[in-house]
Design a binder for this molecule. Structure first.
Ligand SMILES: [Zn+2]
Length: 232
């Protein structure tokens, strides 16, 4: 095993791993399962309601979430994609475990539909709104190297500037991994399990009031622009 998942810790801004675009996980093996469990452990200990793999130093497309903070609500999302978003948006203050003390008011769609692969290798689709939808979008941002400070309105940017400068000043570059481990590569078994990117199941038609989009396949980017379907 390339590293011990039990040793993973939450990394802080401005660790460069937080700015990398994470790569798809092609094979769900013991290492991925152990990393996911360690991420859930770190998230609950923080305490937080979501944690993305880059936040533990791994540029992998995986995040964990627990909107109710109860372990029963724990969900692991591998290679997630937001495939539909509501036109309605909400402005809500967000924090981030990699940016302690920073709060940013972020505008995001109120409701989204997300597709991902579970730890069991099965694709699933979830519709969420309010807190759940917000967590998913926040964590998906992490997989694309996007932080809440990038989404801050100008006022919030100023308010947080002192804290950010201080974090940049005290950051030890030697603490950052120079070559973070890549996600496990695929195998014949993984494609049979539907793990390969682009083979996820289509969203179930006819549920809710989803309007299919213009045919553009999601690339893991959060919606907010065109392309994705609409969820009202
Ligand atoms: Zn975060």
């Amino acid at each position: 095993m390339a590293f011990d998942p039990d040793q993973l810790q939450i990394v802080l801004y401005p660790d460069p791993v937080l700015r990398r675009r994470a790569r798809p996980i092609e094979r769900i093996d013991t290492l991925v399962r152990r990393v996911a469990h360690r991420m859930l452990e770190l998230m609950h200990a923080a305490p937080g309601v979501g944690l993305a793999a880059p936040q533990v130093g791994l540029p992998w497309r995986m995040f964990v979430a627990s909107p109710s903070t109860q372990p029963e609500a724990d969900t692991v999302f591998i290679n997630p994609r937001i495939v539909a978003a509501s036109r309605a948006v909400a402005d809500v203050d967000e924090g981030c475990l990699s940016l302690p003390e920073v709060t940013v008011n972020v505008r995001r769609p109120l409701a989204v539909r997300i597709e991902a692969i579970g730890l069991d290798g099965r694709p699933f689709t979830l519709d969420g709104r309010d807190l759940a939808a917000r967590i998913w979008q926040h964590e998906l941002d992490h997989l694309n190297g996007v932080l809440i400070i990038d989404r801050a309105p100008p006022g919030d940017r100023l308010a947080n500037q002192r804290i950010l400068r201080e974090m940049e000043r005290t950051f030890d570059p030697d603490s950052a991994a120079t070559a973070p481990p890549p996600p496990p590569r695929g195998s014949a078994a993984s494609s049979a399990a539907g793990i390969s990117p682009g083979t996820e199941a289509e969203p179930t038609p006819g549920r809710g009031s989803l309007t299919r989009g213009t045919g553009q396949q999601g690339t893991g980017h959060p919606t907010g622009g065109g392309g994705a379907g609409e969820l009202r």
